[in-house]
Design a protein around this ligand. Structure first.
Ligand code: NAG
Ligand code: NAG
Ligand code: CA
Length: 505
């Protein structure tokens, strides 16, 4: 009784009046005198955030049946059936085997549904249970509570806290150390992981920022003692990274420090160090200083530099020559220029060597030539194009394959620059004719066997032959009496027996 009133007090103190609904009895209709046939009850409650809802049955007396298919109490947690009950159970049995599972997830809901069927041979008293909400102890019962050091439970929630010298991160769960260092203008100094040479802190996320005059570069010298956690397969679990103006180096881990001295070629360097929540490793230590910036040995890709040196100093002038098939991205399209190393470690002026572009080839205007294996994106140095004639009645004259050469011109393997042509092929049958004899004693041609053959109907009937796509040959007597300046020649499918001049017959 004392326990119950304490529980009641606890809920009265909660700020929300709705909580008062979260404590009480749930029982079958007509309890305790007994339920009727076709009785039913649907009950549901949800726990507030950080709490769980539970039902403690103190009495259960329903008709018993196989799989409880007649009368039954079913309890669902967030829609999943967690218990189905029927028959008669003693209080002790309810306490030990049934009640422990009748609990919702934190903030979840329970549904209890009871029904009886049409016939009961004997009257059953039904069931009665007490439901309550209680705090969910995240620290004890939730392994995923996320606190990396200490966890404190309270009613309706929990919070994390940290050991001395750590503080809680922005996520309110992770304990981290303060290890950021901003060192502007410092040209000489030392940086090391937190607590060096002791073990570094867990969950560290350190940023060390160095920045000096833009004609200087930072030079890093790592101590030989280097110990950053690495997995057995060589992956960095914790890691050190060096960010410079031209990119990021690392992550570095294991027991081998980055090669020293490390010239960063940058006057602004950020070193980051991150650790996870396990392990006892010592970390890293480095000294930094500055040297004058030097210019890199490569001025621009696809070029060579003369004179050739591993690096260049302020004021040195060199000649840059683009590689074969490349030219400068400037108007003159030349392939050489002079450039000078500046105090900031960059070359000026600086041009890019681009691949020469042959452009799309000029195709002779008869339009029969087809370009294969090429589109407008593939006309650069070493690209290749191929020509084909569009029908069997044309023959390719010249070479069929051209390559875009280093001077940006299309050139065939035999050295030709003019594009090939397609010339007409007449009088050459595709298959060997049936007879090689002259027309006397000749045979009837098969359909399409002599496609260049023509018919003249007027003024006198005769044959003709196309000798190319502009000229036809015929016998002199056929045109002997032609007075008109024009003559009709018929090709294609023609009825030769009519005198009609309608070409559609
Ligand atoms: C309970 O729900 C069932 C199924 O949805 C329904 O058949 C029954 O009538 C409901 N009982 C009550 C008392 O609302
Ligand atoms: C490219 O082809 C043109 C035309 O044949 C020729 O004059 C030139 O020398 C060729 N260039 C090279 C680098 O072979
Ligand atoms: Ca809690």
């Amino acid at each position: 009784m004392l326990k119950l009133s304490l529980l009641l007090l606890k809920f009265l103190l909660l700020p929300y009046s709705t909580y008062s609904l979260l404590l009480g009895w749930v029982e079958s209709p007509g309890y305790p005198s007994g339920y009727l046939p076709h009785a039913s009850l649907n009950w549901s409650r949800c726990a507030p955030k950080g709490h769980t809802l539970s039902i403690r049955l103190i009495h259960l007396d329903l008709e018993d049946s196989q799989d409880c298919e007649n009368d039954a109490v079913k309890i669902f947690s967030n829609g999943n059936l967690i218990s189905i009950l029927c028959g008669k159970r003693e209080f002790e049995e309810l306490q030990t085997t049934v009640n422990p599972v009748l609990q919702s997830s934190p903030g979840g809901c329970l549904i209890l549904s009871f029904h009886s069927d049409f016939s009961n041979t004997k009257r059953h008293t039904g069931f009665r249970g007490f439901y309550t909400v209680q705090d969910f102890d995240e620290c004890e019962d939730d392994p995923d509570n996320g606190c990396t050091q200490f966890c404190h439970n309270f009613i309706g929630g929990y919070r994390c806290s940290c050991r001395h010298s750590y503080h809680l991160g922005a996520d309110k769960h992770t304990c981290t150390v303060s290890c950021n260092q901003d060192l502007p203008g410092l040209t000489r100094g030392e940086i090391s992981s937190p607590s060096w040479p002791g073990s570094y802190a867990e969950n560290a996320n350190c940023k060390y920022t160095l920045s000096v005059d833009d004609h200087l570069q930072l030079e890093l010298h790592f101590s030989d003692l280097f110990d950053v956690e690495e997995s057995p397969d060589g992956q960095c679990i914790d890691g050190l990274r060096i960010h410079t103006s031209s990119g990021t180096l690392g992550p570095y881990c294991g027991n081998t420090p980055p090669r020293s001295p490390l010239l960063t070629h940058s006057n602004q360097v950020q070193i980051t160090f991150t650790s996870d929540s396990f392990g006892t490793n010592k970390g890293f230590n480095l000294h930094f200083k500055t040297t004058d910036k030097v210019c890199p040995s490569v001025v621009t890709p696809h070029s060579t530099v003369t004179p050739e040196e591993p690096e260049y100093h302020q004021g040195q002038t060199v000649t840059v020559t683009c590689d074969d098939g490349h030219e400068l991205n400037i108007r003159s399209k030349s392939s050489q220029y002079l450039t000078t190393c500046q105090s900031t470690g960059v070359w000026a002026p600086s041009y890019i060597c681009e691949r020469v572009d042959c452009g799309f080839p000029d195709i002779p205007e008869d339009g029969i030539l087809k370009v294969m294996g090429s589109d407008n994106q593939h006309t650069q140095y070493t690209d290749q194009i191929q020509f084909h004639c569009s029908s069997n009645y044309y023959k390719l004259e010249g070479d069929d394959t051209y390559i875009c050469n280093a001077s940006g011109q299309w050139q065939s393997s035999s050295g030709k620059t003019e594009m090939p042509k397609c010339t007409e092929v007449c009088g050459m049958p595709e298959n060997e004719p049936q007879s090689t004899a002259r027309i006397l004693g000749g045979k009837i041609a098969k359909l399409g066997e002599i496609p260049w053959h023509l018919l003249i109907k007027e003024p006198s009937r005769g044959g003709a032959t196309l000798i190319n796509d502009r000229w036809a040959v015929t016998a002199a007597h056929v045109v002997e009496h032609v007075e008109q300046t024009s003559l009709s020649l018929y090709g294609g499918l023609i009825d030769g027996r009519t005198s009609s001049t309608d070409p559609n017959i």
